[in-house]
Design a protein around this ligand. Structure first.
Ligand code: BCO
Length: 569
């Protein structure tokens, strides 16, 4: 069932109206085709404003579109009508006040504050390409992003505004700085007061489905993060019946997605998926992650669905809470890193709720999953979600038989499916590198069984997946290299019972530091990495070595170190 509270497709452009009507025309009638792509699609006008219309017509219940709380007792509840009003104002702030235009890039570095939703939908209304980033970023990370994307604008809070100001002179394209704060700051526009004063009248652009909508930065083995550019098709994909089967959200559902606001999982789980279904998005703004507060929140609020990385569920289980029988929670879904069968079983025993796995990347959104109600095979990330054709491929793009280890490939030829990224912005070389025959090569290793269930094995390259964060070793090695104690370093993944994997640094010390206390030095180097780059990348394990394993050409053999960590040597 596409909509659960009504049977009208009123408000959609003709292409979608046709598709919706097909899906609603009763049993036996052709279902909405996962493979049919309307030429035009815009999430703001076709989805958000649709629910506003439903609210006006009394065809949607009184539950809010956004329910936001923080740990100081503040609460925001916005209906879809208010979301439409506020996001139209945001659109006017961007185009009228700031002079930004369709196709311009806007960096969005906000914690979980209500304005995060206003900025994203405001961008979608205007065709401005939003680029979310984690608030853990430091000046250097921000500088890189602003320079490589030639962003015309940035939206952030007063915590990060000084970091932005410290690098802004090196970013000639940056014209607009918008501050989300109760205070003002010189050189910055006050987003909150502009929202109040701007007009709520705005005409949404008629975006083509394949026009650009967002850029997500994603780490690789070498160099700095790449810019995976997505079209409006990413939002349309949440609309596909196949995709909606993953969570099977209803308008009465309250979905809490705990992913950091810098990642694609947050855009999908805290915005696209729930609002496509007309559900309530729940958000709790915590300055620091605290599993105790997560448990209290699941008891206190009528949350029906929860979406988070496996590390979050592990940390909740570690709490030794007297009870994890949450009164309203019905469905849990996890993705972003591997999950062990015993963890899934423990969650079921403690909560009485199954933990469903999904799989995706910044390049692809959710591509694979155990759909709600589908048989769970513990440890498996489920089956391909149409229209994605996922196969296990070799390095030439040949499809491998079941139960054979290979790369996870998503078919992109002859047709690139909706939802897969367009390309790495300004990087045709990297874009070409991930094309492998008819497939996009994810770089993740897995097998598929005879029933089509996928089993994740690990990365094919040196990328580290620590508690759901994708970390490039070079990013950490570069940060370490800035410290005078480090002659050279090699950064690899290491197993961890809570975070799945953590960053481990093998360090060769400079002669001056050889006699220093190792524990003290470890702490100092960890603190150093936290201070020069986003702290989630810091090496939680450090080992001092006299030399690093190298090839005859002098290249560090990270794979050798990694294998040792995982007991494979
Ligand atoms: O553990 P430590 O205390 O030593 O260090 C932590 C933080 O305390 C610290 N930190 C954070 N902000 C800081 C700071 N230090 C200095 N200044 C700041 N501003 O740095 C360390 C950060 O590590 P963390 O974020 O992993 O730690 P935390 O707080 O324990 O959080 C745990 C998780 C599980 C909540 C967190 O790791 C997380 O959110 N993981 C999930 C990430 C995610 O959403 N991934 C999905 C990506 S999208 C995708 O995969 C595609 C799927 C379709």
């Amino acid at each position: 069932v596409l909509w659960d509270t009504q049977k009208s497709c009123h408000g959609f452009h003709p292409a979608l109206q046709r598709l919706c009507c097909q899906s609603l025309s009763g049993a036996g009638a052709p279902r909405w085709n996962d493979y049919d792509t309307p030429e035009e699609f815009n999430f703001a006008s076709d989805v958000l404003d649709y629910w506003t219309q439903m609210e006006k017509e009394g065809k949607r219940g009184p539950n809010p579109a956004l329910w936001w709380v923080n740990n100081q007792g503040d609460e925001v509840k916005w209906s879809f009508r208010e979301m439409t009003d506020l996001t139209r104002r945001a659109a006017n702030v961007f185009t009228q006040t700031c002079g930004l235009q369709e196709g311009d890039n806007l960096a969005l570095i906000l914690p979980r504050v209500p304005e995060w939703w206003l900025v994203i939908v405001g961008c979608i209304r205007t065709g401005i390409v939003f680029m979310p980033g984690t608030t853990q970023m430091k000046a250097k990370d921000i500088l890189y992003r602003l320079q490589v994307s030639k962003a015309k604008g940035i939206v952030t809070t007063d915590t990060l505004a000084p970091e932005v100001d410290s690098v802004a002179s090196e970013c000639p394209a940056l014209k607009i700085k918008l501050l989300v704060s109760d205070h003002s700051r010189k050189g910055w526009l006050d987003f909150r007061s502009l929202i109040q004063s701007e007009s709520p009248v705005h005409t949404c652009i008629k975006s083509k489905t394949l026009d650009p909508m967002a850029i997500f930065f994603t780490s690789g083995t070498t160099g700095f993060p790449k810019m995976a550019k997505h079209s409006h098709g990413l939002a349309l994909r949440s609309f596909f019946p196949s995709c909606r089967k993953l969570l099977q959200l209803k308008t009465s559902d309250v979905l809490w997605c705990l992913s950091d606001t810098g990642w694609i999982l947050a855009v999908a789980g805290s915005l696209l998926e729930p609002w496509t279904a007309g559900s309530t998005v729940f958000a709790h703004h915590l300055p620091q992650f605290d599993p105790k507060v997560i448990v209290q929140t699941l008891f206190k609020y009528p949350i029906t669905q929860c979406l988070a990385a496996p590390s979050v569920f592990r940390m909740i289980l570690q709490q030794n809470s007297t009870s994890l029988r949450f009164p309203t929670l019905e469905h849990c879904c996890t993705g972003g890193e591997a999950l062990l069968p015993e963890e899934q079983e423990l969650w079921r025993r403690q909560t009485g709720i199954l933990l469903y796995q999904a799989y995706g990347q910044s390049e692809t959104g959710t591509t694979c999953g155990t759909l709600r109600g589908m048989k769970i095979k513990p440890g498996s990330m489920g089956k391909a979600i149409p229209p994605y054709d996922i196969q296990i491929i070799d390095d030439k793009g040949n499809i491998l038989p079941p139960n054979t280890e290979g790369n996870i490939g998503i078919r992109i030829k002859p047709t690139r499916p909706i939802g897969v990224f367009m390309y790495y912005e300004s990087n045709p070389v990297k874009t070409a590198e991930v094309e492998c025959g008819d497939f996009y090569n994810s770089g993740d290793r897995a097998t598929v069984d005879a029933e089509g269930y996928f089993w994740f094995l690990g990365r094919a390259d040196d990328v580290i997946n620590a508690s759901g964060y994708r970390i490039g070793p070079a990013e950490v090695e570069n940060a370490l290299a800035e410290h005078p104690a480090v002659a050279e370093s090699a950064v690899v993944s290491s197993p961890d019972p809570i975070r799945g994997e953590v960053v481990k640094a093998f360090i060769v010390l400079t002669p001056k530091f050889l006699s220093h206390d190792r524990d003290q030095l470890t702490k100092e180097l960890q603190q150093h990495v936290k201070s020069v780059t986003a702290p989630y990348k810091y090496p939680r394990k450090v080992e001092f070595v006299s030399e690093l394993p190298k090839t005859i050409t002098g290249k560090i053999k990270r794979s050798e170190l990694r294998k040792k960590e995982f007991g494979q040597m």
